[in-house]
Design a protein around this ligand. Structure first.
Ligand code: MF3
Ligand code: CO
Length: 250
């Protein structure tokens, strides 16, 4: 399937969509403290983004019941917010949020610690964030899409972390999921050649222990098979004539 190249006008809107997502995630990071439930965070996300003129885009997507994905500790992605899930000191939580703004989507995720976390958890967060950065650095005109994938995998595995295979990044634009898929693993120099105007959500999910995952009976929450910790970072980015542009910045 063809990869849609965004015009400058479209990129300007996506920059604003991305800014709203980033501002909302900053607010959520600040609020992710002991005693807070993931349902509270979902409400805050919805309120913040709506006040900025955007519509949360996850809610209703394939029947997903909330605006935010909030995935704690061994949860990898798609954690459904709940009043019963109350954060405690030492947890890590992935906050994944997306909006639709003037017809375009912004999508991003961060994983943060709740209070003081273990050195092992801290290291997981730092390496996953850095893996996203090395992937983004490959998103340059003339490179192949899989150069992004390969860079993420190489960095993660060099640091002893496992790359989740089953869930991947994606093209993004007028809908949340456009062609192509953007895996976080694979050989270099494969797939489409990157062109200015392509926009992708790059989103490594890295585990301590096995890369294998399973879905809980709620049919959404993805957890590691071995119960190990998992982290997730995501940005929506644009390929340009020069350096890649991160669209999901405050
Ligand atoms: N960032 C995730 C993704 O790109 C969020 C989707 S959650 C869903 O797939 F509920 F909307 F599916
Ligand atoms: Co995404």
């Amino acid at each position: 399937m063809a990869i849609h190249l965004k015009s400058d006008r479209e990129l300007a809107i996506m920059r604003e969509a991305g800014r709203i997502v980033a501002v909302t995630l900053l607010e959520l990071q600040d609020k992710a403290r002991p005693g807070m439930s993931t349902a509270d965070l979902d409400r805050i996300a919805e309120k913040t983004a709506t006040a900025l003129g955007a519509t949360p885009v996850f809610k209703g997507y394939l029947g997903y019941p909330a605006s935010l994905c909030a995935s704690i500790n061994n949860e990898v992605v798609h954690g459904i917010p709940s009043p019963e899930r109350v954060l405690t000191e030492g947890d890590i939580i992935s906050l994944d949020f997306g909006v639709l703004y003037h017809g375009y989507v912004g999508d991003a995720a961060v994983t943060v610690g709740v209070g003081t976390i273990s050195p092992e958890a801290q290291r997981l967060l730092e390496i996953t964030r850095a893996a996203l950065e090395v992937g983004i650095a490959q998103a340059r005109a003339g490179r192949h899409l899989s150069d992004v994938s390969h860079a993420v995998q190489t960095y993660a595995e060099k640091h002893g972390l496992a790359v989740v295979r089953k869930y991947v990044g994606h093209g993004v634009g007028q809908t949340m999921h456009e062609a192509p898929q953007v895996p976080n693993f694979g050989p270099p120099h494969q797939g489409p050649i990157l062109r200015p105007g392509m926009t992708f959500a790059i989103e490594p999910m890295l585990n301590i222990g096995t890369e294998e995952t399973m879905v809980l009976p709620d049919q959404w929450t993805v957890v590691t098979k071995d119960g190990g910790l998992s982290a997730h970072f995501e940005h929506t980015i644009a390929v340009t004539n020069g350096d890649p542009e991160i669209l999901t910045l405050p």
